[in-house]
Design a binder for this molecule. Structure first.
Ligand code: NAD
Length: 246
């Protein structure tokens, strides 16, 4: 299975690519370039069409991943590029797209003090970044319904080697669990779905029932293992970052 990974120079890709490489034939792209990476801007429709041609699936990670970013800096990478990748996938006959969404699509529940949030909860973004992830999920649904594109939207938690603060414990997603989740999304027989992506953390906040049932996601790591000695919070964290979802 030939898989295009966008945003291949980024932090999530760093924890993902090594785990996918044995099972998939990877093609990498990023506007930042890099060794083995096709350099280009997915805000350009022609470039999106070029890189999507001939692959069996796209894992779309490329984005402005700053939850404190403002509309002007998000519009291109987090809206236009998503549409370009979906358009290019349909045009090239790519059957499946795995879209990196974020728990910031639900960050309002954190602000409201809701203890546990399932995958059926209505979107409740906490910031422009989260609102555009909801846009991406909704737009992907249009492509699924109208063109038969299979799309798994993964609301990723905080993807790091280890959680850097106690406030990250509920939403942490380890590298190995990320690989399990994306592998499930690439191989499961599903049409369109929105799934939560966190590890098997002892602090339950984000339920992954649909990811478990439909993608066969079976997370193994628990952030509690790293809890001792962690600071409560990250110094200088901004508004959206206080949610510790990315
Ligand atoms: N890091 C997290 O914990 C986390 C959590 C939830 C969701 N996500 C989502 O996962 C994805 C990857 O996040 P990340 O942390 O690796 O971000 P990152 O900023 O480390 O990497 C994103 C990559 O996308 C590339 N990119 C940006 N705009 C582009 C464009 N127009 N064309 C081509 N490439 C472009 C950048 O050069 C960068 O290398 C993003 O969609 C992000 O919103 C990340």
């Amino acid at each position: 299975m030939k898989v295009l990974v966008t945003g291949a120079a980024g932090g999530v890709a760093r924890l993902l690519l090594g785990g996918l490489a044995p099972a998939f034939d990877l093609r990498l792209t990023d506007v930042a370039g890099g060794a083995g990476v096709v350099a280009g801007d997915l805000c350009e429709p022609a470039f999106a069409r070029e890189v999507c041609a001939g692959v069996d699936a796209v894992v779309h990670l490329a984005a402005n991943a700053d939850p404190d970013a403002q509309w002007a800096d998000l519009r291109g990478p987090n809206a236009d590029a998503v549409v370009n990748v979906l358009d290019a996938s349909v045009a090239a006959g790519v059957p499946r797209v795995v879209l990196a969404s974020s728990l910031h699509a639900l960050g309002g529940y954190v602000d409201a003090g809701v203890a546990e949030v399932g995958e059926d909860a209505p979107p409740y973004p906490c910031c422009a970044y989260g609102a555009l992830k909801v846009f991406a999920e909704a737009t992907a649904r249009v492509y699924a319904d109208r063109f038969g594109l299979r799309v798994a939207c993964l609301r990723l938690g905080g993807v790091r080697d280890e959680p850097p603060a106690r406030s990250w414990l509920p939403g942490w997603l380890s590298g190995p669990d990320l690989v399990r989740l994306v592998t499930g999304a690439l191989t499961a027989d599903v049409g369109y779905g929105v799934y939560h992506g966190v590890s098997a953390n002892s602090t339950p906040q984000w339920r992954c029932d649909r990811a478990r049932a439909e993608l066969g996601y079976a997370p193994r790591d628990d952030s509690a293992r790293y809890a001792a000695g962690l600071p409560d919070d990250l110094a200088g964290a901004g508004g959206a970052r206080r949610l510790h979802l990315t």
